[in-house]
Structures are given as structure tokens and as C-alpha cells.
Design a binder for this molecule. Structure first.
Ligand code: PMP
Length: 424
């Protein structure tokens, strides 16, 4: 859209022509408003060709294998685009609405209700839309779930994120690392029977899917203590499959992998655990404050929550998380089979039974070819395949929104790359 104005450029449209807003529907192709006075001419034009270049079509989009922020469902982006300028006739965008107005309340309530139906979240669990990323929950979880800094908690460390959570917890309680996969370069999940859990621990913390190392819990450990609960960072596999929420005291997830843009963190907490935070807990980290105010204690990330709501709606329309899981299994199998069937040209270090369906790390037998692989893939419109700087190699993140076609294209490229470079 191009807008050309004369001296009236800084004058709000409503002052010039009170009827203008109702004439400006979303994305008009051509618009010119009456000149309010002979001395202050104004014209607004939107050429259709400029509009077309702003409205990308599916062919313009890349296959984005980034670990997060990550690819979002195309239909969700297009829906958000169509509602951006004037949300459902409200006369404003979601970014401009009061978070206490009826429009935004309907958005956040629908988002919560769709999430509740997707994960069958029981009524005695509270859903919170928070800020600060999953990293903030590394502190908030111990501050809220341990009423005293002397309380013991257990951490199973299956990768970098679990390790970060453990280290942050040490500031607010007494955490024990009861198992670490570090010596195996984080390629395994422990046998739960062999875990030496701490008597009296308040919670057992896991990272359900390690985004960097590609290790995913397929089943969950049971906390040993009678009053102990399981806490999971599900940032990178949230809503990728059905989960029995009742097995957990708390689940938290940053939105920017599977369910929306960065800036929103979702926490699902058994309600009886709320309200026992340590006195030093900052108000913004206190679950009770957020629960009592329905996630509206302060200004929430409104647009991000709206986007999460559109993603939840889309997941419901896809038939729910059991259907979504089937698609993820299909994509994951295709990629892992290609790696395993490459006769060692490509390798995935993760133990087969715990390989992530979301983040697939792999290396080349000839590491000197890895940079070329990433570069050539990018030329083929497959981007962000470089592995995390701490582990190297490649990583394909294939979250819910990565279409099967993206994985098929990657696998075809891998085969072609091997045919051109495997002269062993
Ligand atoms: N946990 C996991 C599993 C992650 O993948 C990430 C982000 N990559 C984080 C925590 C940290 O999330 P945030 O950047 O939202 O704080």
C-alpha cells in the first residue's frame, strides 16, 4: 500500500472525514478520500500490484527447519494476515485492543478453551499465558513449588535445556541432578527403575524434548514421593502429541516452536500447587497472581496469545493431537529412515528408542561436507539446517507446522547430495 499525502500528512483521518473508517475495509485495492478543504488535499492510493507483492503466495515461502522461532502453519499466517488490519469488524487490529476489552477477552478465552480440549486438561488444572520465555520458568517453577529455599527437588538432565533449568533452580531451592546424560553427549534417556530419587523432594523435573540434542521422553518417570509432582519443560514438543496432563504437576512451554510466536509462555499447573510461592518471588513470577487475574494481571502479549489461539484452532480442526501425532510420526520416520538407510553417510547419534520427532540432529561421516550441505540446501529453499553451535552437524526441526512436503524435499535432497559426494 502506498500512501501519498500533502500538507495533511500528519492529520488523523478521522478528523478529516469521520465516515472514513467504515470505508476502509481490510486491504482495499483502491481508495481515495474526499479532500476536506481546498487547502489541505489528501489522497491515499493502494495499487493492486503493490498489494500483490505484499501478499506472498505459498511458492514464495521457504521450508524453514529452524528450532525456534519456527515455521508456523501457512493457513494460520494467512488468517492472521486477513484479520490484521481490522479484527473481525472491531475496527482495529488485535495489537491495538485493550487487553481488558470484550474482544481480547473472547480471544484469550477461546485460546484457553481450545488448548484445554486439545490436551484434555482437567478442570482442576490452571492454564496461564505468561511472558519471559521458558527460561523464566526455570526460576518460577522452584520459586512457586518450593515454599522454602531448603526444599529438595530432583532433575533428570538429558540435554542442555534440562541442565540450564537445574542450574537456575540452585538459586531458589536445593536441586539434585539424579541422572545426567552428559558423558554420553546427551543421546539417552535413563531407565526410570534405576533412578535414585531424593526422599522428600518437592518435584522431579524433566525436559520432555531436548531441542538441541534431539532426545525425547516417550514415557514419563513417576516421582517417588507421595506429595511429589512431575514438572516438564515441553517447549519443543508441546501439542505435538496427546499427553496425559494428570501425570504432571506442571507443564510449561515457550510458544515459539509449535504453537505461536515468541513472547508467550504457557504453563499448565495443578491448581492446588498454586499459592505457596516463596516470599521473595517477584510478582510477575507468582503463579497465584496470574491465576487470580486470568493471565491479565499486567498487559499480556496480546498478539502472541491471539496467534497461539489461531494455532490451537487449527490443531482442533486437524482432528486433535492424535491426528497431529500421526503426521509427526510419518515425517519423523521418513527422515530417520533416510539417515539410517544411508549406509553411514548420514548419522544420528541419538539412541533409536528416544529420538525426537521434533528436532532431528544428524552429522555427515565426512564433516568437511557439512557446510556445503547446509549451503546447497539453502539454495534449494530449505533453510536453518545448521546444527546448534554447541553440537555442530545439522539439525532439522520438523515441528507440527512443517509440511510433509518439506521433509520429502529434504530427504530427496539428502539422497541426491549423497549420490554426488559418496565416493567411498
Ligand atoms: N527449553 C527448551 C526445551 C527450549 O528449546 C528452549 C528454547 N530453545 C528453552 C527452554 C528456552 O526458551 P526461551 O527462549 O523461550 O526462554
Amino acid at each position: 500500500m502506498s500512501i501519498s499525502m500533502s500538507s495533511a500528512a500528519t492529520t488523523p483521518l478521522t478528523h478529516l472525514n469521520p465516515t472514513a473508517p467504515s470505508q476502509i475495509s481490510a486491504f482495499p485495492t483502491s481508495l481515495s478520500l474526499p479532500t476536506p478543504s481546498p487547502t489541505r488535499p489528501l489522497s491515499i492510493t493502494c495499487s493492486s500490484s503493490t498489494l500483490q507483492s505484499q501478499t506472498s503466495t505459498t511458492t514464495d515461502r521457504l521450508f524453514n527447519f529452524a528450532a525456534g522461532p519456527a515455521t508456523l502453519p501457512e493457513n494460520v499466517l494467512l488468517k492472521a494476515q486477513s484479520e490484521l488490519y481490522n479484527w473481525r469488524g472491531s475496527g482495529m487490529s488485535v495489537m491495538e485492543m485493550s487487553h481488558r476489552g470484550k474482544e481480547f477477552l473472547s480471544i484469550i478465552q477461546k485460546a484457553e478453551s481450545d488448548l484445554r480440549s486439545l490436551l484434555s486438561i482437567p478442570p482442576d488444572y490452571t492454564v496461564l499465558f505468561l511472558q519471559g520465555g521458558a527460561t523464566t520458568q526455570f526460576a518460577a517453577a522452584p520459586l512457586n513449588l518450593c515454599s522454602s529455599p531448603t526444599h529438595a527437588v530432583d532433575y533428570i538432565i538429558t540435554g542442555s535445556w534440562g541442565d540450564k533449568a537445574f542450574k537456575e533452580a540452585a538459586k531458589y531451592c536445593n536441586p539434585n541432578s539424579i541422572w545426567s546424560g552428559k558423558s554420553d553427549k546427551y543421546t539417552k534417556i535413563p531407565n526410570f527403575d534405576s533412578l535414585n530419587q531424593t526422599p522428600g523432594a518437592k518435584f522431579l523435573h524433566i525436559c520432555a524434548n531436548e531441542t538441541i540434542h534431539g532426545v525425547e521422553f516417550k514415557t514419563y518417570p513417576t516421582p517417588a514421593g507421595e506429595n511429589e509432582v512431575l514438572v516438564a519443560d515441553m517447549s519443543s514438543n508441546f501439542c505435538s502429541k496427546p499427553v496425559d496432563v494428570t501425570k504432571f504437576g506442571m507443564i510449561y512451554a515457550g510458544a515459539q516452536k509449535n504453537v505461536g510466536p515468541s513472547g508467550v509462555t504457557i504453563a499448565i499447573i495443578r491448581s492446588d500447587l498454586i499459592g505457596k510461592a516463596q516470599p521473595i518471588t517477584p510478582v510477575m513470577l507468582d503463579y497465584k497472581i496470574h491465576a487470580d487475574n486470568n493471565s491479565l494481571y499486567n498487559t499480556p502479549p496480546c498478539f502472541g496469545i491471539y496467534m497461539c489461539g489461531l494455532v490451537f484452532e487449527d490443531l482442533v480442526e486437524q482432528g486433535g493431537l492424535a491426528e497431529v501425532e500421526k503426521k509427526n510420526v510419518k515425517k519423523g520416520s521418513l527422515l530417520y529412515d533416510a539417515i539410517d538407510g544411508s549406509k553411514g553417510f548420514f548419522r544420528c547419534p541419538v539412541e533409536k528408542s528416544v529420538r525426537s520427532l521434533m528436532n532431528v540432529p544428524f552429522t555427515l561421516a565426512k564433516p568437511e561436507l557439512e557446510a556445503e550441505f547446509v549451503k546447497e540446501a539453502a539454495k534449494e529453499k530449505m533453510v536453518q539446517l545448521k546444527g546448534h553451535r554447541s553440537v555442530g552437524g545439522m539439525r532439522a526441526s520438523i515441528y507440527n507446522a512443517m509440511p510433509l512436503a518439506g521433509v520429502e524435499k529434504l530427504v530427496a535432497f539428502m539422497k541426491d547430495f549423497q549420490a554426488r559426494h559418496d565416493h567411498a
